[in-house]
Design a protein around this ligand. Structure first.
Ligand code: SF4
Length: 292
């Protein structure tokens, strides 16, 4: 079996930066915690925990006084009022919000203050979307074209003079984003569309597309909770494909395919990608014996 890596895969700039800021903070503060998962990858989280970086699901889990605590804002960002609350409790905030997400947050606020009705395309439960929402609290969050069109028609009925602008979760695919824009334009043809899709996402999606032309099956490495990993995986529709969190997830049937393509989400550490590649080659050499 031959294993071919996608030309772009694994950690993006925003995730590398967030991990590096967290590790720096761990060297200088008595206590370091991250609000939410710094990365949607179980191995990376475990490695941070071993370095004393705790993951906190909710600010209420923290003690009232945070004078000795550095709180990391993860790459997805957080709502500004949460940041202010933690600062008031004495926390040293380390802002690891990805610069591209920060740009979306600022744009949402600026557009809203300029009188635009902001439409925010993305998953309502996603941390990045929740964070941007905090910068434009009256924005409409829309998950698909039908929701977008419905909200746009309501706006046209209730506030026909209002201008509208669209921003989106950075990890949406260009097709999804265009479809949401079309839904809104069906009612509001003058919609201002801001391009917020991250280049890292596009590069990984384009590299995967190219990879699929050259292989018989595909393995996508990443956390199952990682939105960008799931989206990458969903794009492989014409080849057998598996999403694996690590080498233990590799199914034995991968050995049947002469050429396997390897891709990985933007939150997958290099060491996990290396281990999966090695294990795939072992599957080829020894069948389903993946013991070593
Ligand atoms: S995928 Fe893009 S927007 Fe998201 S953290 Fe990485 S670089 Fe930033």
């Amino acid at each position: 079996m031959n294993v071919i890596r996608a030309s772009a895969l694994g950690y993006c700039m925003g995730v590398r930066r967030a991990v590096s800021l967290a590790l720096d903070a761990a060297l200088s503060a008595p206590r370091v915690c991250v609000l939410g998962h710094l990365i949607h990858n179980p191995q990376a989280l475990e490695s941070l925990r071993e370095r004393g970086i705790e993951t906190i699901e909710h600010e209420n889990e923290l003690p009232r006084s945070l004078n000795d605590t550095a709180v990391i804002i993860r790459a997805h960002g957080i709502q500004p009022e949460v940041e202010r609350r933690l600062e008031r409790r004495g926390a040293r905030m380390v802002d690891a919000t990805c610069p591209r997400v920060k740009q979306s947050q600022i744009r949402a606020r600026t557009l809203s203050e300029a009188g635009y009705q902001v439409f925010l395309a993305g998953e309502k439960q996603h941390g990045e979307v929740a964070g941007i929402h905090g910068y434009a609290p009256d924005c409409f969050i829309v998950e698909n074209p039908a929701e977008a069109e419905y909200a746009a028609r309501r706006l046209r009925r209730e506030a026909p003079e209002k201008k509208a602008a669209l921003i989106g979760q950075t990890t949406l695919s260009p097709e999804e984003y265009r479809a949401v824009a079309r839904g809104i334009r069906a009612a509001l043809p003058d919609l201002l569309v801001i391009d917020t899709i991250c280049r890292a996402t596009r590069e990984r999606q384009a590299a995967l597309h190219e990879l699929c032309q050259a292989v018989d099956a595909v393995v996508v490495v990443g956390g199952r909770k990682s939105a960008n990993t799931r989206r990458l995986f969903a794009r492989v529709t014409d080849k057998p494909a598996w999403l694996v969190e690590d080498e233990a997830d590799i199914p034995p049937e991968t050995a049947r395919y002469p050429v396997i393509g390897l891709s990985a989400g933007a939150s997958t550490p290099d060491c996990v990608i290396d281990r999966v590649e090695y294990a795939l080659r072992r599957v080829a050499a020894h069948g389903s014996d993946r013991g070593a």
